[in-house]
Design a binder for this molecule. Structure first.
Ligand code: PRT
Ligand code: ZN
Length: 302
């Protein structure tokens, strides 16, 4: 019987429980993976692919991949970049590879200051105390900008540090900005834009497993493409074709089909790699199109 300890099976580290967990497992399920979670909930056993999931804290994912305990990992660039700079500072040159940015878990690491603090640009940080859980990324940012400031490293609750008198400013993750607002803080500078990335071990993966990495990547690309893609169908007079082709968003070569009994009219079918908005449909109609139909695309393989 196959087991998760089988060296021929890929191991992919994902966050155990947090903001990235559902998106990570959803992506893999969309790639066709069926998995069952063991009693300890730590391993997800791939039932239809030689691929097992290891559920861990997101902060552990870079180490697990860099040390080749896992072949692959899904982790936020914020966590990965902080680890990378920490390793370099400790004399370890990291060798993992980023295979794909994945367009979820988007957020930014930003500097925020109390509402009443004056701001004339990053120079306003000179000599200030900045609280963060990202001392290495913040340190590099300040060095690049030529700013000398005190980095106050905290393990959490960074947003209350100014109110407690522990810092003058903070450097923390922001997505909607409502946490900053609730703490009367103002976002003034982006330090790092982040999203989830797929990373792979620096160690060579054996050929059988490599084939599955390639298949997984191809499926991930397909999943990413269909997310925004639409299949659009319409009828139009032949004379309107040039105008209609210009209006179809992100589509390469539409299929043109003659309409029985209407020599001057055709059906146009096209895959649009961008969302199709009402405005586009209205413009198409104005250009002569009729019987417009927009369908979601379920799977795509180039
Ligand atoms: O237990 P474990 O260590 O695995 O989880 P964790 O608590 O460290 O991480 P988790 O689940 O909170 O976040 C995991 C990852 O999600 C982060 O490393 C980022 O890559 C990503 N991410 C995306 C975010 C946010 N958006 C985000 N908004 N991580 C944290 N936040 C915080 C933010 O700092 C703020 O305090 O959420 C709060 C709300 O944000 P606003 O701006 O929407 O108010
Ligand atoms: Zn964490």
């Amino acid at each position: 019987m196959m087991s998760a300890a089988d060296p021929n099976r890929l191991k992919l580290a994902v966050q155990k429980s947090g903001r990235l967990t559902d998106h990570s497992t959803d992506l893999l399920v969309r790639c066709g993976l069926k998995f069952s979670r063991g009693k300890d909930q730590l391993v997800g056993f791939g039932e239809n692919m030689p691929l097992d999931l290891l559920f861990v804290r997101d902060d552990d994912i870079p180490d697990l991949v860099e040390e080749d305990v896992c072949d692959l990992g899904l982790v936020g660039l914020n966590v990965l970049e902080e680890k990378r700079l920490e390793w370099i500072a400790r004399g370890h040159e990291p060798k993992f590879t980023i295979l794909r940015p994945l367009d979820f878990g988007r957020c930014r690491l930003s500097i925020a200051i109390p509402e009443e603090m004056a701001w004339t640009g990053v120079a306003s940080l000179q000599g200030k105390r900045i609280a963060t859980t990202y001392p290495y990324v913040l340190g590099r940012f300040l060095r690049d900008k030529g700013i000398e400031a005190d980095i106050v490293t905290l393990s959490g609750a960074v947003e209350i540090a100014p109110r407690l008198g522990r810092a003058d400013a903070i450097c923390d993750l922001v997505s909607t900005g409502s946490t900053l607002l609730a703490n009367r803080l103002r976002e003034v500078e982006t330090v790092l834009e982040s999203q989830v990335v797929l990373i792979r071990t620096p160690v060579a993966i054996d050929p059988i497993k490599t084939e599955w990495v390639e298949r997984l990547l191809m499926r991930i690309d397909g999943v990413q493409q269909v997310r925004e893609s639409k299949y659009i169908m319409l009828h139009a007079p032949r004379s309107a074709l040039p105008a209609i082709r210009r209006l179809l968003p992100g589509s390469e070569s539409p299929t043109i089909i003659p309409l029985e009994g209407h020599p001057d009219r055709v059906a146009v079918h096209a895959v649009c790699r961008e969302n199709v908005f009402w405005e586009t449909l209205e413009s198409l109609k104005a250009a002569g199109a009729s019987a417009l139909l927009v369908l979601p695309v379920e799977k795509m393989l180039a």
